[in-house]
Ligand binder design. Structure first.
Ligand SMILES: [Zn+2]
Length: 389
């Protein structure tokens, strides 16, 4: 079916995602006239965002000139801030990492100290990739707490003391380019979509100390009216026998109070397991300890009942599990699948894939890069870039 938009941004997106490889493909995809498409493609070539290369297969007449996205037209900085470490990468405009460096930090040292460290690391990766600050088109930052996306300011982040309302973009003044900041779950969700899968509907569920969910609709993060979409950790979950469990938010029987990492640790201790951290419980389960396995599978079932409701409501292509508890892998997935397939409607569940992240350590950086790239190459900015030439 022909889509209606043939803006420069839409044409560029079709080439970037591999849906179109020639002007003829773009005409077929958009329904726009050959002249319109050609004029906009010429603008995109002049703006250095597209290049011509090679000839496609002929269907009789002259073989078409192939179009390629010029992913080296610029670069972006990607920053993945965690509670105890930061990873900084420079990538091209296809989110391919050109250089990266990681460093331990303590997020509780506050924004000035931590962002000064990030600034040093960013200069280091740029130098390593042979790039200059002027080459940076955009910066993407993921942080472990809620963020007001429009301003890049954290909003009462529970594990980031001193960061409330701090303007994170101001720390990147030397780059004279836009800076986008979002919470780590949304950023990781973007990191989980492959280039070819960019039109997918996807839920990325992070089970760490808390539980959060990144919602991807047709390849883009869905943030909702106030930016809190996907906050599934505080959905009410009924308990057998009317048991009540209080949550740090002040309510009772929230999903994360029953099945999050801290809950898992609490229940493991109550069951007599000698464990100090959530990681210990996950490792015991990975080594086949019966009690730990049962606890992880139970957590999976509880998470699965909530996910079943989300599947009925949202009908995603895929659910990807990530975060510390997801490292338990099979037993967690088994519990989740059991509940999801039992409780969701057959049509929604039929083709649904539920998997564990394949590269949980990388998705924060790749996602931060992709967030910066998608914002930098959105409709309005591409129209501006194309018109400047
Ligand atoms: Zn709660």
């Amino acid at each position: 079916m022909a889509s209606t938009s043939a803006s420069a941004g839409a044409l560029l997106r079709h080439v970037r995602t591999g849906r179109a490889r020639s002007r003829a493909d773009l005409v077929a995809l958009t329904g726009a006239s050959r002249n319109t498409v050609s004029a906009r493609v010429d603008q995109l070539i002049a703006a250095n965002l597209l290049k011509e290369g090679g000839r496609g297969g002929s269907t009789g007449g002259r073989p078409p000139t192939l179009l390629q996205f010029n992913s080296r037209a610029g670069c972006v900085l990607a920053v993945d801030l965690g509670a105890s470490s930061v990873d900084v990468a420079v990538t091209d405009l296809s989110a391919q990492i050109l250089a990266t460096v990681g460093h331990p930090i303590d997020i509780a040292d506050g924004p000035r100290a931590v962002l000064a460290e990030v600034d040093q690391l960013a200069q280091k990766v740029l130098a390593e990739a042979g790039l200059a600050p002027a080459d940076v088109c955009a910066v993407g930052v993921g942080v472990p707490g809620p963020v007001e996306f429009s301003t890049g300011r954290p909003s009462y982040p529970p594990i980031m003391p001193g960061w409330h309302d701090f303007p994170i973009p101001s720390a990147f003044g030397r780059y004279e380019c836009p800076v986008y900041v979002d919470n780590d779950v949304n950023v990781m969700a973007l990191g989980e979509i492959g280039v070819a899968g960019s039109v997918q509907d996807l839920l990325v569920v992070k089970v760490g100390t808390g539980i959060g969910c990144g919602v991807i609709v047709e390849g883009r993060v869905y943030r909702g009216a106030q930016g809190s979409a996907g906050d599934i950790g505080h959905i009410y979950v009924g308990q057998p026998g009317g048991r009540t469990v209080s949550c740090r938010c002040g309510q009772e029987n929230c999903l994360e109070a029953i099945a999050g990492g801290q809950a898992l640790l609490r229940d493991a201790r109550a069951a007599g397991l000698r464990v100090e951290t959530v990681r210990d419980v996950v490792q015991l389960a990975a080594h086949g300890d019966g009690a730990a396995l049962e606890l992880v599978r139970d957590a999976g079932r509880t998470i699965g009942t909530v996910l079943a409701a989300l599947v009925n409501f949202f009908n995603p292509h895929r659910i990807v599990m990530t975060g510390g508890v997801a490292r338990a892998g099979v037993p967690l997935l088994a519990g989740i699948r059991e509940a999801v397939y039992q409780r969701s409607m057959p049509l929604a569940a039929r083709a649904l894939e539920i998997t564990v992240s394949e590269a949980p350590d990388l998705s924060g950086r790749v996602g931060a890069a992709r967030m910066a790239i998608e914002e930098f190459l959105d409709e309005d900015s591409v129209a501006e870039l194309a018109a400047e030439r």
